[in-house]
Structure formats: structure tokens, C-alpha cells
Design a protein around this ligand. Sequence first.
Ligand code: ZN
Length: 417
Amino acid sequence: MHALVERLFPLCRSITGDGVRQTLEIIGGSLPLTVHEVPSGTAVFDWTVPREWNIRDAYIADATGRRVVDFADSNLHVVSYSVPVSATMTLDELRPHLHTLPEQPDLVPYRTSYYQPDWGFCLSQRTLDSLADGEYRVEIDSTLADGHLTYAEHVVPGRLSDEILISCHVCHPSLANDNLAAIAVATQLAARLAEAERRYTYRFLFMPGTIGSITWLARNAEAVERVRHGLVLACAGDRGSLTYKRSRRGDAGIDRAARYVLESSGRPHRIVDFSPYGYDERQFCSPGFNLGVGCLTRTPYAGYPEYHTSADNPDFVAPEAMADTLETVWEILGVLERDRTYVNLSPFGEPQLGKRGLYEALGGRSDTKQAQLAMLWVLNLSDGEHSLLDVAERSGLPFAAVAGAAAALSDAGLLKE
Ligand code: ZN
């Protein structure tokens, strides 16, 4: 995963353009992707697919011709979606177009101007302070022209047509945690799911933020109908603990599964309520859709000083943190896969487990007591109203023990789904 982050890092991504295409091409090397190209000007709900932006070079050069700010050093140096510029101007004329972080004087900020024609450069305060008055050559060799918005899908079919969405944004340039770590986790997750026994169908979406998810939602009314659960992945690789943001519904299946997995892990974590600010859960949870889609991050957006700066580089992303995010998503999906609701077919008094061999089946196991208790709980709560996750929560038993008990009882003809 970390190697993928490093490989994708130098590409100049934005909400459209060749950086997104190259990114999808690299992801496509390990995962078959269906890439969609949606023409500029296409109406998608209340939005319009913008013109496509591409950039080849950009710099600010001093009177001696020395490049004091150079896109070739970092793509963060140019405000994303900058219109082309070729001019000579004084530092004072240039100043309104320069963005710095005075509080973090060594870092370069990340800025965009997608929907307002503008141009600008981002640089460290340190660099700005070092610039002498005088004339500067300013070049931005970019194009903003009719083209396409690019996004990709990857589907892992399951036994059911019901779908679980996994989505991440691919629109940030050289930012490792806010973008690339989630892409790497999603890519690895898809590969792992392909090898696993699956009930649900999984749809992975690699899309530019906001306009990408709005475009996907506008073009996929049928697929939207099949979405049962979903997870937006972002900021998946910093060393902070996990944060799960609930769906707008608050008690959707994904909300309950995520809470259960995080709480039963016994590790530090945060669970926060939905708010209409953040990543693409904003679109999936808009009132017209109100999907059961939550958002899993480590430290949430804007919650770490490296956020949206040049310090969000591959070193900021830890392989162990990405692995931990992956394992947690895997556990959450495991709960969703196995959670279902049963009816006890012998509800008048406890059924006799011994004569069905259910006690012998447990003999010799180190967790006999727990497994036996799990059977009693599943039998008692399986009235068609309680799912296995309800049983796990109420009994305090591990979900795996509850699901295992349900499987044994089902095999013995005592439960019906
Ligand atoms: Zn961001």
C-alpha cells in the first residue's frame, strides 16, 4: 500500500485532467477498472461538469531568470485549476496571487479554484520572505478547455445484487494521507474481497470529490437503489486513531457495524455524528438519497497540522496505520456479511441441545462456555426482531462467537433466516 502511495504521489491530480487518468491507470494495474469519461457541460443534478484542466509547467522567476517557485518541484505550488498566465509583474502586483501559511512558515499550502476562474501560486512563507522587490516573470502553462471528468468503478460481485459501496476521492495532487492512503487501502481491500466468500456485491468508486460523486449519483439511479451500506474512506494512513463518522441516518447497518467493531477493539477511537461537511458522504447522505453511508478516517480532515500542506507527504503516512485501517474495514464488512436475523423454530422452552449433538460439538473447545452461552443467546433473541449484531451487543459476546452459534443452530434445524 505504501509503495502505491509513493508511486501516485508525484502526479498532479485535480477534479479533472490527465493526472486523474494516470492515477486510475496505475490503480488499474492491480485492479480491473471501468473508467468513465463524462463530457464537460453535462448537467448532473444542480451542477455542471466543469471544463477539464491540465497543466504542463508553471513558475515564478526572478530578474536573473532563476525559478524561485517551480511547479516541477511540487504540484502544490500552483493553485489547482489556475487559468494560464504569462506576464511580468512586480512583487506587489504578484502578492494577491500568492498563498502561504504564516503559522507554518516552512510548509506549502494546497489551494484550489475550481469554479471561479483565477490563478495563483502556493509557497512557503519562508520563500516569500526571501523574495526581493522587483519584477518577476510569471508563467502558468495550463489549459482549461472542454474535455471530460474521469472516474472509475470496480465491482466485486457477490451472491446478492445488494451492494456495499466503498468510495474514495482521487482529486488531490501531492497529498498522501488526504487521498492516496485511502486509494491504497481501497485497492488492497478489493483484491482481498475478490478472494473471499461474499454475500454482498461490492462497488468501489474512485472519483474526484463532490462533483465526482454527484456525477456518479446522477448517472446511476439503478445502482443507487441497490446500495445497502457504504463507506467513504479518507485520511486512511496517518498515525492517529480511527474516527468513524455516522451516516445521516445515524443507526444504519454500517453505523452499527462500525461502532461495534471499534468499541469491541478496546482501542482508542472516535465515533462522531453526521454533519454535512467532510467528504463524499455529504452527497450520499443528501436528503434525496439518505444512504447508509458512513465515513472512516484516522485523524479527520483538518484535524492534523499536516492537512492540506506539503507536509502531507508519503513519510506522514505509516504502512502500519494503513494496514490497521484495512483490517478494521475488513472486520466491519465481516460483520455486515454475517449479520442477519433469524427465527427460533423451537421457541417454547429451550430446545434440548444435547440430543441434537450440539453440546458434543462444543466438547473440548477452549471456548466451550462462551460458545454454549452464544447458542442460548441466539436462541433466546431470535424472534425475527433481533439480528446477530443485536445479540452480540446485548450479550457482550464476540460477534464471531454469536455468528458461529447461529451457524451451528441453523445446521441443526433450530433457526430459520
Ligand atoms: Zn482534502
